[in-house]
Design a protein around this ligand. Structure first.
Ligand code: ADP
Ligand code: MG
Length: 388
């Protein structure tokens, strides 16, 4: 059955308090509902309205999205400088929760597609990554985990700008309330979530690592066809997870077995595809590989150079930027979440600051954020869900 509201161009979405938004054109559709470009009939402003499906689970998540955006917008980003989507209004229309946002342009997946999956320049990767990091620094301070960071949820502000905003807080959670275990879109899902371990804000940094490489090469770094395939691609490129993750992960036993090989130094081994399929009863299609390279360095350094870089100086500079990108991504793609860099640490990497990259980066120790010392500052309580 369909729980979407049927939307027509020129229909009016509104509430008793006089809010009136006339539908102009569709902008996107996702699992939560539909997003339409509208005009606010009171102010003339163009806005984006997300009309949430009227199923209770979606409605509840939608209410939390309103609460989390109000909290982030008002308390943690009052000047609108940290690249977080602005929520302008929220109301219920014929049983459907409607979230009114500032209207943005295309998402980064669309940007990659328009670029014919060729990837964007190291410079653009830097500019985009720096802005996402700015948002993640704020989320850390606010103790919010986004939980669904991916190119579709990062939007250009305008078609002709390299300015972005992070959207879709419909899956977000507070760091002290990580109740859901099945989170993140598969290609961007962190090893700790795949293995069924407790998770932290570090899961967003993993997703960011996947995103920066995808922006550069134009294709997802780990395009897993299943959870098993997802893990297998991660291990192929980055090696086995540390033993503690395999011993504490609730799902680890279905993917890993004790290693009987007396000559191996690994306590556990990753089950071969056939064994996993047999034991789990799931059919596992063979993995199709389309990324060239068996290490991050090979993937990035081996990517064809743009023909626009003609002089040896330009090419040398590009190689240095790529080496910086590899080092940056490696810090985000630590399999062990305890080693993964925090947004503050990553922000001072030479790839982001655009300083010469001369040696592998050792991040400064991250000091606890003000809000973690003053938990009341990072409380979402008191943020109303919607008006009217
Ligand atoms: P879902 O939770 O269903 O994924 P999103 O909030 O991610 O919903 O919105 C779905 C899609 O709608 C996005 O990927 C984007 O393309 C489009 N969209 C969402 N918000 C806006 C906005 N403020 N401006 C323009 N397009 C938007
Ligand atoms: Mg989305």
């Amino acid at each position: 059955e369909n729980s979407d509201y049927i939307l027509y161009v020129n229909d009016i979405l509104g509430n008793e308090e006089g809010a009136k938004y006339i539908i102009r054109e569709p902008l996107g559709a996702g699992t939560f509902g539909q997003v339409v470009k509208c005009q606010d009939l009171r102010t003339g402003a163009t806005v984006a309205v997300k009309v949430v499906k009227n199923k209770p689970a979606f409605h509840q998540q939608g209410l939390f999205e309103v609460q989390v955006l109000r909290y982030l917008n008002e308390r943690h980003d009052p000047d609108d400088t940290r690249n977080i989507l602005r929520l302008l209004d929220a109301f219920v229309f014929r049983g459907h929760l409607c979230l009114v946002f500032e209207c943005l342009s295309v998402n980064l997946y669309e940007l990659i597609r328009q670029n014919r999956y060729q990837g964007v320049s190291t410079n653009l990767v830097r500019v985009l990554a720096a802005q996402i990091l700015d948002c993640l620094v704020v989320l850390n301070e606010a103790r919010v985990i986004h939980c669904d960071l991916k190119p579709e949820n990062i939007l250009l502000k305008r078609t002709d700008s390299a300015k972005i905003k992070v959207i879709d807080f419909g899956s977000a959670c507070m760091e002290q309330q990580t109740v859901h275990t099945y989170i993140q879109s598969r290609f961007y899902r962190s090893p700790e979530v795949l293995l069924g371990l407790p998770y932290t804000a570090a899961i967003d940094m993993w997703s960011l690592g996947c995103i920066v490489i995808e922006l550069f090469i134009g294709l997802p770094l780990f395009p897993g066809a299943s959870e098993y395939d997802q893990l297998s691609r991660i291990i192929e490129l980055l090696g086995l997870p540390p033993v503690y993750m395999l011993e504490r992960g609730k799902q680890a036993g279905i993917y890993f077995a004790r290693n009987d090989d007396p000559f191996s130094t690994n306590k556990y081994r990753f089950k071969p595809r056939e064994q996993f399929a047999r034991e789990s009863g799931r059919t596992e299609a063979p993995s199709r590989k389309y990324i060239k390279g068996s290490t991050l360095t090979e993937v990035v350094m081996g990517y064809p150079m743009s023909s626009k870089l003609t002089t040896p100086e330009q090419q040398a500079q590009e190689r240095m930027r790529r080496a910086a990108l590899v080092d940056f991504a490696t810090g985000l793609l630590h399999i062990n979440p305890l080693q993964r860099w925090t947004p503050r640490q990553a922000r001072s990497h030479p790839f982001i600051t655009d300083e010469p990259f001369l040696a592998p980066f050792t991040p400064p120790t991250d000091r606890p954020s003000a809000s973690s010392l003053h938990p009341r500052h990072a409380s979402i309580d008191g943020y109303a869900t919607y008006s009217g």
